[in-house]
Ligand binder design. Structure first.
Ligand SMILES: [Fe+2]
Length: 345
């Protein structure tokens, strides 16, 4: 394979003008941009957002912009490789920090992209998904899958903040992103049904003939259960850390078609150096402190901070305190497309 392909400048101006006139362009000067050798050449750069910095900005948004004027009062975490204002944190993952004040509601709506909330702080917030009212407690993972109606409310007394993760960039790229709004949902009489029906792993509700499971049978994954499970798993870990994937309890598959979520426990003093992965990732610190090196850049993190890594990044985590992270990634999408890959460092 030739290392250097022909450039645009090598072509005579009259030929270049004629191509522009005809609405075509030569592939060869641009081919290495879209098909680099060996591995992708990501635009995404590692990102880091300190929650102590974001918090006052979010609260100021609460004073400056009433929720009716914002609909969703969110500060978007923009990929440094694309610059502030970019509606994405990696190629496939959108991240936003959302504030809801006591008494506020977010209008009921449905959209084509899927969203997940990771609750960052505050008590009394709730999300209604497909008629099911779900409490939002710190560290909980709450799904609002694409096509499911949802709205948010707040019965508490303190501001509630959560991190939104969406597959929005993908839907936007496909020109498939849109939303529909409607009246607040009637809440069904069995709130948080997933926590009743799937109380114990390995047990699912027995169904009458022909009664199928819901496509998304569990939409809230309480942090207390996740942390308890990680603490058990870590006792038997070969590499000193514990990792648990969030899955659909009926199918065992990832919770959403495009995005995956993995809870990670890194005990104090433990270092984790995973293989290079073709997926991009965002890490949210539920608790703990440590530092992560991503492609040579060092990020010192604490509780509620968020950081991101591009595809095939070399990532090394070191926890100085017992730490719990949630990793958001696009492995489910890449597996469906048939190219998810891990490489030795
Ligand atoms: Fe939404």
């Amino acid at each position: 394979m030739a290392e250097q392909l022909g450039t645009l400048e090598e072509l005579p101006q009259d030929y270049r003008d004629a191509m522009t006139e005809a609405g075509v362009a030569p592939l060869w000067p641009m081919m290495r941009n879209v098909l680099p050798h060996g591995k992708p050449n990501p635009t995404t750069r590692p990102g880091y957002w300190n929650y102590e910095n974001l918090r006052p900005l979010l609260h100021r948004a609460g004073e400056l912009t009433p929720v009716e004027k914002a609909e969703r009062r969110v500060l978007v975490l923009s990929d440094p490789g694309r610059g502030a204002g970019a509606m994405q944190a990696t190629a496939s993952i959108y991240l936003g920090m959302q504030l809801l004040l006591p008494g506020e509601t977010a209008p009921a709506h449905v959209h084509t992209p899927s969203a997940v909330r990771i609750i960052v702080e505050g008590k009394g917030g709730f999300t209604v998904v497909d008629g099911e009212r779900l409490p939002m407690e710190e560290g909980d993972l709450v799904l609002t899958p694409g096509g499911d109606w949802h709205d948010h409310g707040h019965d508490g007394t303190e501001p509630v903040v959560w991190l939104d993760a969406l597959d929005l960039p993908l839907f936007y790229y496909l020109e498939g992103s849109y939303a529909t709004e409607g009246p607040l949902q009637a809440q069904r009489n069995r709130p948080d049904a997933g926590q009743v029906e799937y109380l114990s792993s390995g047990l699912v509700p027995s169904r009458k003939l022909g009664a199928g499971a819901r496509k998304y049978p569990m939409v809230r994954y309480p942090w207390t259960r996740t942390e308890a499970a990680l603490r058990e798993v870590v006792k038997y870990s070969d590499d000193g850390i514990a990792e648990l994937d969030y899955v659909n309890p009926e199918t065992g598959a990832d919770v959403l078609p495009t995005m995956g979520f993995t809870a990670v426990m890194i005990p104090a003093g433990v270092k984790s150096a995973p293989p290079l992965q073709s997926s991009s990732a965002a890490f949210h610190v539920v608790k703990g402190r440590g530092k992560t090196t991503i492609d040579g850049q060092v990020f010192e993190w604490g509780p509620k901070d968020t950081f991101t890594a591009p595809v095939f990044a070399e990532i090394t985590h070191e926890a100085s305190e017992e730490s719990f992270l949630v990793r958001v990634h696009d492995r489910p999408l890449q597996e469906k497309l048939g190219y998810y890959e891990e490489r030795a460092r």
